[in-house]
Design a protein around this ligand. Structure first.
Ligand code: OAD
Length: 265
């Protein structure tokens, strides 16, 4: 029997009645803020400077501990270039809608957890609270030796000082506080995500290609636990065939619409 395709209106109703909501976001949510995704459409509709990063750069030489060990300067320069792009970016209507979604759910006594694979801090900038950063943050850097964290200013990498109090001083090796391929996700993030996904009755997967685990596994876990699952993406992903409702479109258009349907805001 063909699977019924719930409408966006139905998703709005689900959101209005949900007791526990989890949203997982990926790079697509920040695309409308001018930040490049890693995969997905290189489409003719996109300007060349919005091409997916992993179509232009090799993650093996930039996003692994081995790459950093082999060429720390190259890796740091690349991440610093992206860091400065993130600092300059502003939240778009998709980010704002997620902050409004959180307020709507919490004002009605429900719980809301935003899990993000994004390292750009745009959800924070849009007003979301308690954001679980599964892949860390590119805005924060740390000494690879002693783990001290700091937030560099707007100046490029060559001029970042070591974090204050770092015992390595000028010899400190600075790295972005992101999770690289082959590294474990931060323990507190895993604990928070596991607990939220375990109890949620509504799960959104937004702007993610749903191919990078363990993050992509949260949708499967939520579905197995009986949550109603929704995907918002510009194109099909491996999650599209799994979710209860797959909505094709940009998060900056679809999310405000869902929030308006649910809470009239
Ligand atoms: P990807 O770049 O893999 O996927 C972005 C997804 O967003 C694609 O499926 C696009 O179709 C979709 N998309 C693009 N623009 C959109 C829009 N305006 N609205 C809705 N969807 C849109 O990004 P992630 O899934 O976040 O990890 O990637 C996961 C991880 O892989 C990243 O955190 C990063 C990367 O390698 C590390 O660097 C460790």
């Amino acid at each position: 029997m063909a699977k019924l395709r719930p409408s966006i209106e139905h998703v709005g109703e689900r959101l209005r009645g949900a007791k526990s909501v989890v949203v997982l976001t990926g790079a697509g949510v920040s695309a409308e803020s001018g930040l490049r995704t890693f995969r997905g459409a290189t489409g003719a509709d996109l300007p060349p400077d919005m091409r997916a990063l992993w179509k232009e750069f090799d993650p093996q030489t930039l996003a692994t501990p081995e790459a950093f060990e082999a060429d720390p300067e190259k890796v740091s320069r690349w991440y610093d270039w992206r860091r400065r792009g993130c600092l300059a970016a502003e939240p778009n209507p998709g980010h704002t809608a997620l902050a409004a979604m959180q307020r709507g759910v919490e004002e009605r006594g429900g719980s809301f957890t935003l899990l993000t694979q994004n390292v750009d801090r745009l959800h924070h900038k849009a007003g979301s609270t308690g954001v679980v950063e599964l892949h860390g943050s590119i805005i924060v850097w740390r000494c690879a030796g002693c783990g001290r964290r700091f937030e560099p200013g707007a100046e490029p990498f060559e001029r970042h000082p070591a974090p204050s109090g770092c015992r390595h001083g000028a010899a400190a090796i600075l790295r972005p506080d992101v999770v690289w391929f082959g590294e474990a996700l931060p323990e507190p993030a895993i604990r928070a995500a596991d607990a939220a996904v375990e109890e949620c009755d509504l799960f959104f997967s937004v702007g993610t290609s749903a191919v990078v685990f363990p993050a992509a596994g949260y949708l499967l876990l939520a579905a197995r636990n009986g949550a109603f699952t929704v995907e918002v993406n510009r194109e099909d992903t491996p999650a599209s065939g799994v979710v209860d409702c797959s909505i094709r479109g940009s998060s900056g258009e679809v999310l405000p619409w869902i929030v308006e349907l649910a809470f009239g805001a």
